[in-house]
Design a protein around this ligand. Sequence first.
Ligand code: ADP
Length: 641
Amino acid sequence: MTKGQRTALLEVIAGLSLIVATSIGASSILSRIDRKLHNTAQLNTLEAEESYTTIRNLVVLLFGVTGVLATALYAAVVVARRRSVAQLEREIRARTLALARDRQQIEMLAHALRSVSECVVVTDMANSILFVNDAFVRTYGYSAGELIGGNIDIVRSGNNPRPVIDKILPATLAGGWSGEVLNRRRGGEEFPVFLSTSVVRNEKNEPIALIGVAIDITARKQQERLLVEAREAAEAAARTKSQFLAAMSHEIRTPMNGVIGMTELLLNTPLTADQRDFVETIHLSGESLLTIINDILDFSKIDSGKIELELSPFNVRVAVEEVLKLLTTKAVEKGLELVYRVESKVPAYIEGDETRFKQVLINLVGNAIKFTHRGQVTIHLVTRNMTSDKNFELLCEVRDTGIGIPGDKLDRLFKAFSQVDSSTNRRFGGTGLGLAICYGLVELMGGRIDVQSIPGQGSTFRFSIKAREVSVVDSPAITTLDGRTEMSGKRPVVTESVERKPEISIPKLDPGLSERLPLKILVAEDNPVNQKLVQLVLARMGYKADLVENGLKAVLAVELSHYDILFMDLHMPEMDGLQATARIRRTIQADRQPRIIAMTADALVGDREKCINAGMDDYVGKPIRSEEVQSMIERWGDPKL
Ligand code: ADP
């Protein structure tokens, strides 16, 4: 029987007892009246009997009414009470349910708090620890029992900067603080944590507890240190690599200088047909070895982000013509037509890196000629997106009617060392670096390069570069490399129809140059082969040059006698070419100053600038070409200059 049923039963019993008690009370009063009536009846007074009967009836009525009223009242009370009890029960049930829900939630939160990987600690405002979670216990090495009730100072380190520590509590009370601090584990070991703090307030907004969430960042710090070390190591490696490349390029170019220079000289002597053939082969092999070295160097420079653009105004049409001049011989040999068209909207002078622009063009046109057996190679230049401040994109298209490239090979084309098939190298030569270099250079010049091709029909390579139009007034250097002064404005379509028989271009030196331009020439060079080579090249033009083997001796020689031109190697013992130049520029009086022309095998960016900045007039690269030496003399040896 439930509690409710028991209460109901008791209430029924109480109700019945009330009725029984009322009935017993009523009947005892009635029996007393009856007894009185009986006594009175003995008096035989009719009158009295009547009054007793009336009283008795009244009493019966009174009791009856009272009984009924009492019962009704009782019933009403019982019903009301039962109702309020039911109400109470409902409320209690609802509250119990809410409480259970709250408790479940609290348990869930507590569980979450206990099991999060961050270390959580709650303290009161007197720094006494109220709660720690499992991660806190694990990380700091104390048991929860040891911590709770104790002071939070136990995990604090004395080695944090005072200003940081002083800031934490005010910041926490003002909304929260987070940052890195040192903490201490049980064994005394200190370790870095990332700490976030916040405050708990009561309904009166008074702070009652502080919450700290700490993350052990020992591993992260270690990782950061490792990363920094790795980056430093990588940077050091990259530096070593580029130093190695610079050194190797110097080392390889120096003997190449001998090979190419001497064969050029040899080609200028009387030879039998066989001998000429052999020497030409050596010359050609030397040239292609140099191309490969240059390719590898360029590629590694691009790869390591070492290339910087040298922006200056140049004539686009002249640049294109120079590229074509270089490659015409090859086209002629194959009986190909080489055509170029520059849209009239392309400005005469643009600002850009002429060398790099030409390098890309040489590569693309060179490839087009290499992979085309009949038909033509066309170069087409147009402008795009010209803005009011004269910035635009220069779009160059190189189209050939050659063997084409299969569609599935197109995407690999601009990657390093990729050739369409492995027999390409054997048949056509090349390193597979050319297009990768173009890709890098074009990207550097702010453009893009792409290709479309149909096998058997031909390929079209397109690249763009960012350029800016400059007016000729802006550009003092309007004399082109070969000494021509360029005309501006529209130029007609140029078509080089090629039917002439090709001939290998052997440098033609002018044996009478020294008579036209009598000059006193000094050569500063430490390498014996190069000394001999430069002297021989100069002798071909009729000059007898003096020779010194280091910079210091060059300075002394210039102090002792006047020289018109000084060819200066850069790397020399005792004093290098740059220092020697600076010394000469500083100490020798103006009318005795020689023209100084650098000769260097260095191929890294900015060398030219370094030379000019040191006070040199010009620059020839090694291996030295006799023609180049001759044009230097023609350019700088003119006394009217
Ligand atoms: P490589 O020095 O070998 O020429 P490139 O990177 O310049 O290296 O070219 C990679 C390959 O792309 C070439 O070996 C050739 O297979 C293919 N290729 C490049 N240009 C053309 C072209 N115009 N026609 C057909 N194939 C080409």
